[in-house]
Design a protein around this ligand. Structure first.
Ligand code: ZN
Length: 170
């Protein structure tokens, strides 16, 4: 495993469309392990492959139960993710991004989503998520389409206090 360099806007790879993964091989597994390690070291709650300059459709996320700080973090790996269901209900939240350092923005997104894709071995998976986890999945899936949170944000600002990586940074 290795820490990879996180690229930042306006790097063109962040604006490209990621390619579908077709080979669930060792190279993919190395990429996934590196994404996890890089995300944890940043630290962030999510990381998409284009953010480490690899234009492939895969993201990782790690998130705990917001109502129980003793609960262990849950790790998610989604290859070829597709959001197949979104709630009508929306929610506003403040997002950050490891590829857009030092700014955060207010983004309104569906409150709940279903993400379908594959696990690291190519088995189909579907995850229903709500709240912050749903937000992370949408933010990461956007990265695979060349979309950044600042594209959706109602407003973007530099936090006055250096909060390091905000808990929402991905
Ligand atoms: Zn991001």
């Amino acid at each position: 495993m290795a820490i990879r360099k996180i690229i930042t806007a306006p790097h063109p790879v962040l604006r490209g469309k990621a390619k579908k993964v077709t080979a669930f091989d060792e190279e993919l597994h190395t990429l996934i392990d590196d994404l996890i390690e890089t995300m944890q070291q940043a630290p962030g709650v999510g990381l998409a492959a284009p953010q480490v300059d690899v234009p492939l459709s895969v993201f990782v996320a790690e998130f705990g139960d917001p109502d129980d700080e003793d609960a262990p973090l849950q790790l998610y790996v989604v290859v070829n993710p597709k959001i197949t269901k979104t709630s009508k209900e929306t929610e506003s939240g403040v997002e950050g991004c490891l590829s857009i350092p030092k700014v955060v923005g207010e983004v309104i997104r569906p409150y709940a989503v279903t993400v379908e894709g594959h696990d690291r071995d190519g088995n189909p998976l579907a995850i229903e998520a709500e709240g912050w986890l749903a937000r992370i999945f949408q933010h990461e899936t956007d990265h695979l389409h060349g979309v950044l949170f600042t594209d959706h944000a109602l407003r973007v600002w530099e936090p006055e206090v250096d909060v390091g990586q905000v808990s929402s940074a991905d």
